[in-house]
Design a protein around this ligand. Structure first.
Ligand code: F6P
Length: 359
């Protein structure tokens, strides 16, 4: 083992369990005689001086159960995307990051983030920084790992919300439409939809047909179940149609999805003649304390990242491959989103129970 000091940062949108990873990294590194430096607000901590601090086990005591991240994060923090004009010409901030990394005496970098942040980490690995990635996203769409921490917490919250919507839907005999996050993957919608007993689940992987969807909900009415719950992934879209956006992509920032729930809700009102209401769960899915599953997964990921550093196994990402936590090469996972296969077991199970995907 050669590394004596490591940096740790969190990038992209937050997810419940980030603090549990930081805690596991700091505790297991310090217990192996490796010093930890916490870098603030993603790669900003390696661009601006004074945006980092030493982290000891004392500093991470009590953060296991906390949502958010004690290091801060940003999803506008791509050092490769911000050009600066210098006397030597126009450059981005990546050189500065490499320079600061060495100046701070770091021997390795733990990057906790989603696909975008891991892609940046991979670019820095190619520039010579010894990197280990930790996959984070409530969307659960990172390739090479069965689970990302944050997903279970988001699903638990969405399931609870669906439970609550059930009682009011039934009381008013309404169709309730609930829009959940997930970007271009339907994992949150699928798991919370099945967990909450939804009648329809619309996901990006299975474009829907509104007439078919309405017909199935009216069928419920005819046999006496006069209310319905429709879970819509923010990335779902109608056959031949397109995604609903809240904001177009801008330099260094991805497009923001949202609005499909309200669209489906008003269309269903017109076609079925029933009262409909919609709700967007939004960032509530990312807030709050991680579930015990996410705490355990995050802790295993953090400890494994330190193990990989001790073995000089860089350019890697820790991953869940039950019952093990394994290492994957970053080049094998970045840029490859893991979406729901339309013949996935849980899709087939839901269909067997009469849940419609609107197709
Ligand atoms: O990737 C996680 C996620 O919560 C997505 O599900 C969602 O589309 C996006 O982030 C929202 O990002 P922001 O916090 O920038 O609104």
């Amino acid at each position: 083992m050669t590394v004596q000091r490591i940096g740790v940062l969190t990038g992209g949108g937050d997810a419940p369990g980030l603090n549990a990873v930081i805690r596991a990294v700091v505790k297991s590194a310090c217990n192996s005689g490796i010093e930890c430096i916490g870098l603030e607000d993603s790669f900003d901590g390696l661009i601006e001086p004074g945006r980092s601090r030493p982290l000891t086990p004392r500093d991470v005591t009590g953060i296991l159960r906390l949502g958010g991240t004690i290091l801060g994060t940003t999803n506008r923090g791509n050092p490769f995307a911000h050009p600066i004009v210098t006397s030597e010409g126009t450059k981005d901030y990546s050189d500065r990051v490499v320079e600061m990394f060495h100046k701070m005496g770091l021997g390795a970098l733990v990057v906790i983030g989603g696909d975008g942040t891991l892609a940046i980490a991979h670019q820095f690995y190619r520039l010579g920084i010894p990197v280990v990635g930790v996959p984070k996203t409530i969307d659960n769409d990172i390739a090479g790992t069965t689970n990302c921490f944050g997903f279970d917490t988001a699903v638990a919250f969405a399931t609870d919300a669906i439970d609550r919507l059930h009682t009011t839907a039934e009381a008013h005999k309404r169709i309730m439409v609930v829009e959940v996050m997930g970007r271009y993957a339907g994992w949150i919608a699928l798991y919370s939809g099945v967990g909450g007993g939804a009648d329809a689940i619309l996901i990006p992987e299975i474009p829907f047909d509104l007439t078919a969807l309405a017909e199935r909900l009216m069928e419920r009415d005819r046999w006496g179940a006069r209310f319905s719950i429709v879970v819509v992934a923010e990335g779902a879209f109608p056959k031949g149609g397109k995604l609903e956006l809240l904001e177009e992509a801008q330099q260094g920032h991805v497009e923001r999805l949202g609005g499909i729930g309200a669209r489906v809700c008003s269309a269903l009102a017109k076609v079925t003649g029933k009262e409909t209401r919609s709700v967007v769960l939004g960032h509530l899915q990312r807030g709050g304390a991680p579930t015990s599953f996410d705490r355990v997964l995050a802790t295993r990921f953090g400890a494994k990242a330190v193990e990989l550093i001790k073995q000089d196994d860089f350019g890697t990402m820790v991953a869940s491959a039950p019952p093990d936590i394994v290492a994957r090469r970053l080049e094998d996972v970045v840029g490859k989103a893991k979406t729901v296969p339309p013949d996935f077991d849980l899709v087939l199970t839901a269909r067997a129970l009469g849940v419609t995907f609107g197709d």
